[in-house]
Design a protein around this ligand. Structure first.
Ligand code: HGY
Ligand code: MN
Ligand code: MN
Ligand code: MN
Length: 414
């Protein structure tokens, strides 16, 4: 495979302008974005992306999970395409770059090939995976999980958001439920550009993260059931306080994650209290435990200890519990050939780089189960993400997209 010349670069201004244009859709309340999956704002963002793909001469396909595949023909259309992309949906208080950089970085690869009149042998497909975040509808990486055959499409269509709306119905309502069978596509290789969402690259002053692995994740949704009662007149020994139970489980999750440092992490970010009244003891709490580790054994050990701990806590407080696993994937090792293409590209382009394990989950984690896959990361300011203050520099975005450009072109073969 001929390596692209080191002067082959993307158009940095165009990439940055496109990211800023997309950021105008589904604005947050503090400078970031709230473009949650299959909301009207998500639909608007999809239309903008489609318009740009039309201008770039790409042929758009949409599958039954709403994932968008924008195809640039290759000189040999019979070859399986190189896919490049990420996600346009955001957290409720998300940043402008999480996911968006990868989709628009992929579009910029195609736009630059058009500018340069370069034809690749393999077709190239720019991809927007539906519902990567899993914030409105669990689990995260939903569409890529169905594509990889690890999630059931009919099942996830029935998943509901906090207002009881169903994912499948909402996808249909916004007009992005395609007709293409999910997973029917053959992928020659998949590349995803993403911000690191952690502090390592910025702290070490490094331009490019060459992602060798992705850590594993488990989401355990817990329902604790005690008894609503008066906060004033109910004697302490007689209380069945589901709020206290939740507090103790949150502390337990933190303590257990701290036992497996430096890599393991654990937190509870989603909490619901019922009836959530100042002078009623919480009768029911529903919350989601998020635990992660690069090692499967550690992930499983944390899972087991947390389940035991919940049983002990509920026994002591005389409350019932239910635990449902609502998200899970094991640690991922990315394809050595694709990882090498990214490392060689960073080298050729003169960018500093280092191997890194992805702390966050990505569509690439699922797609790596069905195709050679790798990721390239750029730093983000203070390592902050899933926060409206998420920020990157234009230089970081361009360096990541340049490396993506070279890895895709080298793999798609000029
Ligand atoms: O949860 C994650 O790691 C991803 O941001 N959805
Ligand atoms: Mn993301
Ligand atoms: Mn995210
Ligand atoms: Mn289900």
């Amino acid at each position: 495979m001929a390596a692209p010349g080191e002067n082959l670069r993307i158009n940095s201004d165009r990439l940055w302008d496109s990211i800023m244009e997309m950021a105008k859709i589904g604005p947050g309340i503090a400078g970031g974005n709230n473009r949650q999956t299959v909301t009207d704002e998500d639909g608007e963002g999809r239309h903008l992306f489609k318009r740009w793909c039309d201008v770039a001469g790409l042929e758009m396909g949409v599958d039954e999970m709403g994932t968008m595949f924008a195809r640039r023909e290759g000189t040999d259309p019979s070859l399986p395409p190189v896919y490049v992309g990420s996600h346009l949906d955001t957290q409720p208080t998300g940043g402008k770059y999480d996911g968006v950089l990868g989709v628009l970085g992929g579009l910029e690869v195609v736009r630059s090939l058009n500018d340069l009149g370069i034809k690749t042998k393999h077709p190239i497909v720019v991809t927007n995976w539906t519902n990567e975040e899993g914030a409105r509808f669990a689990p995260a990486m939903m569409a890529s999980g169905v594509f990889a055959g690890v999630l059931d499409q009919a099942d996830v269509y029935e998943h509901v958001d906090k207002d009881g709306k169903k994912f499948g119905e909402e996808l249909e309502r916004i007009g992005w439920k395609g007709t293409e069978k999910v997973g029917a596509r053959q992928i020659h290789a998949f590349f995803e550009l993403h911000i690191e969402q952690g502090p390592i690259l910025e702290d070490e002053g490094i331009d490019i993260g060459v992602v060798t692995h992705g850590q594993g994740l488990k989401w355990l949704q817990v329902t604790l059931t005690g008894k609503e009662a008066h906060t004033g007149s109910t004697p302490m020994p007689k209380r069945r306080n589901a709020g206290l139970g939740m507090a103790r489980v949150i502390e337990l999750v933190h303590e257990i994650a701290m036992d497996y440092q430096p890599d393991a992490v654990g937190a509870v970010g989603h909490m619901e209290v019922y009836p959530n009244s100042r002078n009623i003891i919480a009768g029911r709490t529903v919350f989601t435990i998020d635990i992660r580790s690069p090692e499967k054994e550690v992930l499983d050990a944390m899972d087991g200890r947390i389940r035991e701990g919940i049983d002990t806590i509920c026994e002591a407080l005389d409350i019932q519990y239910k635990i449902e696993q609502v998200g899970h994937f094991d640690p991922v090792t990315f394809d050595k050939g694709c990882v090498k293409a990214i490392r060689d590209a960073a080298e050729r382009l003169g960018y500093t780089h280092r191997n890194i394990v992805s702390g966050a989950g990505h569509d690439a984690c699922w797609i790596s189960r069905v195709a050679p896959t790798a990721m390239v990361m750029c730093p983000c300011v203070d390592g902050l993400s899933h926060n409206e203050a998420e920020e990157i520099s234009k230089e970081w975005a361009s360096a990541g997209a340049d490396v993506l450009f070279h890895a895709v072109v080298e793999t798609a073969v000029i």
